[in-house]
Design a protein around this ligand. Structure first.
Ligand SMILES: C[S@@+](CC[C@H](N)C(=O)[O-])C[C@H]1O[C@@H](n2cnc3c(N)ncnc32)[C@H](O)[C@@H]1O
Length: 283
């Protein structure tokens, strides 16, 4: 199907406005590949006709469909491995210790994590499994799974529906989970594996567009934004990281993807290297 350069540019501007994703000239193939099925299913002759329909009353529904089609949901349990090892070895012990100190007073505090581009749920559930495994190994610490909560958000409603169902195929289970974790935390249901509670009950899902103001979500001790910022331009990366900074508790941690960093974007964090992982701490 034909896609003229001017229509491609207009679709690129719309996608950027909707979800912050930058469509550079070399992404013409991607736009054509991901949106062509949508052009056909919406009864349009071609991309030009599709653009006109976007400006009509049906436009809002089509915009939602564009978000679903253009976002990349690639993820896996314990993706990259080493960031979770850094959380287990350095961040969780520090958080548990500060929780013990705080709980010795009168106020009960919850340690809050935010997985801010959670896709189909493997990232927040990996965190929940990590917390359960960590606490099981520290029986005497006086801290339980319910002392933690994980907010998992994404712009994609389809991904969040999969995440909320918490059922995964064998192929997904084989990507990142140990046989021990499968046996301990999942229950086989037909040809799927369903996550049990705990760890499931400490994860809540919400649809959030990172292009919008998120400060109403409250304060977090750890924010993960992994493999999301790579799709945005510098200006939006800067704005999002400023929000993260404002939404972290003092001493809180920001974790980005392996190909992402804060250089030239935000210097209010100090970066700390733990093995292969760089963690950004709000000073
Ligand atoms: C490649 S996945 C990363 C998933 C997970 N964080 C990981 O590293 O495995 C990127 C996710 O970012 C989400 N996303 C893209 N733009 C977004 C936006 N503006 N607001 C919130 N989520 C967004 C996509 O829907 C997708 O689920």
């Amino acid at each position: 199907m034909d896609l003229s350069h001017s229509t491609f540019k207009e679709l690129g501007r719309l996608i950027h406005r909707l979800c912050g994703i930058v469509i550079t000239d070399d992404k013409e193939y991607l736009v054509r590949h991901r949106l062509e099925p949508l052009v056909i299913s919406s009864g349009c002759r071609d991309f030009e006709h599709f653009l006109k329909k976007l400006a009509s009353r049906d436009g809002v529904l089509l915009q939602e469909a564009i978000i679903e089609a253009i976002t990349t949901q690639e993820t896996s349990f314990f993706r990259d491995g080493h960031p979770f090892e850094a959380l287990r070895r350095y961040v969780l012990p520090e958080l548990v210790q500060s929780l013990q100190t705080m709980n010795a007073g009168t106020n009960r505090t919850i340690i809050r994590f935010w997985s801010s581009g959670a896709a189909t749920g493997q990232e927040p559930y990996s965190l929940a499994i990590l917390i359960c495994d960590y606490l099981a190994a520290q029986r005497q610490c006086g801290i339980g799974v319910s002392d933690f909560s994980i907010l998992a958000t994404d712009i994609s409603a389809n991904s969040l529906a999969i995440a909320t169902a918490a059922k995964y195929s064998r192929r997904n289970m084989d990507r990142g989970l140990s046989p021990d974790q499968v046996q301990k935390y999942f229950e086989q249901q037909g040809d799927c594996w369903a996550l049990k509670s705990p760890p499931r009950q400490i994860v809540d899902f919400r649809r959030i567009n990172l292009m919008h103001t998120c400060t109403g979500l409250g304060i977090f001790h750890v924010i993960l934004c992994r493999n999301v910022l790579i799709y945005f331009d510098e200006d939006n990366r800067r704005k999002i990281c400023e929000q993260f900074h404002a939404m972290l508790a003092p001493g809180g941690w920001l974790l980005l993807g392996s190909a992402e960093n804060l250089y030239g974007i935000n210097n209010s964090f100090r970066s700390l290297r733990f093995g292969d992982t760089i963690l950004f701490q709000k000073s």
